[in-house]
Design a protein around this ligand. Sequence first.
Ligand SMILES: [Zn+2]
Length: 466
Amino acid sequence: MMLPVGHPAHIAVTIRKLLAYRKLDKRKTRLYSLSPRAAHGALVVIMAQQPQLATRVVERFLDYVTYDTQSSDDSTSFPSTAKQLVFLDRLVSDLQALGLRDAVRDQYGYVFATIPATTRKPGVPTIGYIAHVDTSPEASGAGVRPIMHRDWQGDDIVLPDDPAVILRRSEHPALAGKVGEDIITASGLTLLGADNKAGVAAIVALAEYLLAHPEVPHGAIRLGFTPDEEVGTGTQYFDVTRFGAKYAYTIDGETLGQIEAESFSADSVNVTFSGWNTHPGLAHGKMVNAIKVAADFIGRLPRDRLSPETTCDRQGFVHPYQMEAAVEKTSVKFLIRDFDTKKLSEYEKFLQDLAEQTAAEWPGASAQVQVTESYRNMREVIEQHPHVVENARKAIARAGLPVLDAPIRGGTDGSRLSFMGLPTPNLFVGEHNYHSRLEWISAQDLHKAVEVMVHLAQIWAEDAAE
Ligand SMILES: [Zn+2]
């Protein structure tokens, strides 16, 4: 519930926030020695000095989610589905209508545009904001009907097009702090697509805001919209040089105030067992069944550790996720994940040894292990450019939010872009339960994300040498 301004409990909350941010925002530090009432009054003044971020981000979001932009795992074209191009073209016309004349889509689908600098200060780096337009193949994105639950009071949200789909506060702890906010969901048959149309809408709203407020000092800002992130190929034809930013942020994160500058390091491993096939009626003493060898091997994998289902936080795993089985040859595909890149080769050695030991116990069988690099922990690149994260932290704090550092137990386009020469951590935009029919976002979080992006652009300009 929202506390009325001036209510003693509201002031107590205000003071707690001041304490939490005093290290990060000098203007607020000074308030700490004031009485609660005086501090509250001063905070109101500070808030009034901040840009009034009345953007149309929510209206844009509600419009954008109605485009079906689902990507596909089974496609050989790029982008994987042509319907993504329809929405990407819509974005080009939206950006041009706002006045971004260089907005353009290339032959692969990438849309780039520039918000020109308003500061004359030299040495302000060009920063980029990036979002992906596709939605996950895991849930339908056709005919999305977004519903805004205004001033949500904490009750179960029953999605009308399939009343069996119910969003309950008890099952989704992230909803706990959202009472009184405007929660947006889909209608029960589809995902919502906040992942990542919330980021898309936030970036377009940012452009609209900054163009209307040339008094806000910032350097050049490049905007990028990409296809096919959900099928892992979103950066395949991303031209980092043509994008032209020095640092970038994907706007594709979850919890309010979160910054993700660390991802898994990832390889994939293919373990192939070879046997000997012959007519089963005449197989005595001859047949070597690779399926049985592989099954024996899988049975020897650890059960209480090194698995997705038994690890969390910073622990890594080896994960068999697909198998192709026949008597002559059986192969098992693994995902190998850890935050510490060095551990990947330990895990791979472990699989190699286990496969060879197993095969050795099946006379006539042999094992072959093939490792393919997938992506690396973006921290390895980003920590060489500490300002990228520091400035984001400052921007989040300046928007009055607690800063949450979270490692991603997965990869983002930013992981790959970082290694392509564009350090790119991920910022929150408020997406929750993504890839699911229970996906939701708070309209208030979406507004906050735009505010953080405005602060961040200004901080890069303040930060540059005179
Ligand atoms: Zn996403």
